[in-house]
Ligand binder design. Structure first.
Ligand code: FAD
Length: 411
């Protein structure tokens, strides 16, 4: 078997989280030798990207995350295709009440931004290609991680040949299924929501004005996020949660039929829905790894926690994890291994509360608003009226939406 040059940090998975972490770590210490290993082939800088993480979805990036992306040197490019969210309108189909969260109340220029995943991918890739201390290995499929006394040894297939790679620290960011996490015997706590998200880009007959809509229906939540690079854009990104058994029908419906059903569910707040792009579906569950750190090993991103997309928190939370890991590793003292368990535990302790709060927030929101039972529905209406009237409750929701409730990560 061929032997690759040893590295200090190997990141497995070049999706949104692995690639962002690579950028943050490379910047945190230019002396660290870092390898990013991705199973899919990566295009040259500037070429169109295909990879599951960077598909036709868009990601709502919270205000708090923008600061982290700025510090990572990514935001100036990302913002070229980012649509600002000026207001979030939360409503409940068929019930009284509704809540408007406004950027002015929060005292910020935008509550967050919506960025197409393909643009996030292109931005990340062209940035990573320029980092002298980062090696991009693709297509590289890691098959095995073997913990050893001074780190970990990876077995991988790289450009058709078998290799071995020694690393001080390995970060597993290989997605929600994460066969590598499983191969280490790390269990997941899973709750299957029996819901599936259908995503597509929707063309509108009027500008969205920078308003993101979150509408709760008896079938599950439905979100339409502003797209197009400005508040004058006439496109929104749809995330339509449905009971899993209903999704096949929605995916196969003609465009006209699909738009008609969506219009009926959502109403006319965005005017007439006139065109639908490619539709995709994502089965939804809450899954959380029961261990996130071991000596020389960290689990990140969807491999560590996979959330319902209802509140747009998955990537935002992972980004705070990435920043916290980079900041913790930066504190290493001479002679200390990067994979030192006590250092990695320090990272985990720092992120524990943020992870717990964010996971609970997404989970509770999903459950509160996915029920059609009458007493519950009445409570939801009351909840919304209450939310509108009770400033602290609304303040809390705003903070969660902006990704800044009681958390601060300093790089
Ligand atoms: C419908 C939907 C909407 C969402 N909207 C939002 C939102 O608005 N805001 C938000 O914050 N979050 C959102 N999220 C969550 C966000 O998409 C995830 O947090 C993010 O995609 C996680 O990325 P990841 O890199 O951890 O995993 P993945 O995207 O799954 O990437 C894993 C990568 O690892 C690679 N890989 C796998 N195995 C190996 C191996 N053995 N060797 C090498 N490479 C390997 C894969 O090829 C892949 O590139 C949404 C999620 C969904 C489903």
């Amino acid at each position: 078997m061929n032997e690759l040059e040893p590295v200090d940090i190997a990141i497995i998975g070049g999706g949104m989280v692995g690639a962002t972490l690579a950028a943050l770590l490379a910047q945190a210490n230019p002396n660290w030798r870092i390898a990013l290993l991705e199973a899919f082939e990566l295009p040259a800088a500037g070429e169109p990207i295909y990879q599951p993480s960077f598909d036709d979805r868009s990601t709502a990036i919270a205000w708090g995350s923008v600061t982290l992306l700025q510090q990572a040197g990514l935001w100036d490019i990302l913002r070229q295709q980012a649509t600002p969210i000026h207001q979030v309108h939360v409503s409940d189909r068929g019930h009284l009440g509704g809540s408007l969260i406004d950027r002015h109340q929060a005292g910020v220029e935008a509550l967050g931004y919506v960025v197409p995943n393909t643009w996030i991918g292109r931005t990340l890739l062209s940035h990573l290609h320029q980092l002298p201390n980062l090696q991009l290995l693709a297509p590289a499929q890691v098959g095995r991680i073997q913990p050893v006394a001074d780190g970990a040894r990876l077995s991988l297939r790289y450009q058709g040949e078998e290799y071995s790679l020694h690393t001080d620290l390995v970060v597993i960011a290989d997605g929600a299924r994460s066969p590598l996490r499983e191969s280490l015997g790390i269990d997941l706590a899973v709750e299957d929501y029996r819901q599936t998200a259908v995503i597509a880009n929707i063309s509108l007959d009027q500008p969205h004005q920078g308003v993101a809509y979150e509408r709760f229906t008896d079938e599950g939540p439905l979100a339409l996020l502003p797209l197009g690079g400005s508040v004058q854009g006439c496109q929104s990104a749809l995330v339509w949660t449905q009971p899993s058994e209903c999704v096949g029908e929605l995916l196969q419906a003609s465009d006209d039929d699909f738009l008609q059903r969506l219009q009926q569910r959502f109403g006319y707040r965005l005017g007439r829905l006139i065109e639908v792009g490619k539709r995709d579906s994502y089965p939804l569950a809450l899954s959380v790894a029961k261990e996130q750190v071991r000596s020389s090993i960290v689990i990140m991103g969807n491999a560590a926690h996979f959330l319902h997309p209802v509140a747009g928190q998955g990537f935002n939370l992972a980004l705070r994890d990435c920043a916290a890991l980079a900041a913790t590793l930066k504190q290493n003292i001479p002679g200390e291994r990067l994979g030192s368990l006590s250092r990695l535990q320090q990272y985990q302790q720092q992120q524990q509360l943020d992870q717990q709060l964010t996971i609970q927030f997404s989970d509770q929101l999903t459950k509160w608003f996915s029920s059609s039972a009458l007493p519950r529905a009445a409570l939801r209406a009351l909840g919304f009226i209450g939310l509108e009237a009770v400033a602290p409750a609304k303040g809390w929701l705003t903070q969660q939406t902006m990704g800044s409730a009681g958390r601060k990560v300093i790089l």
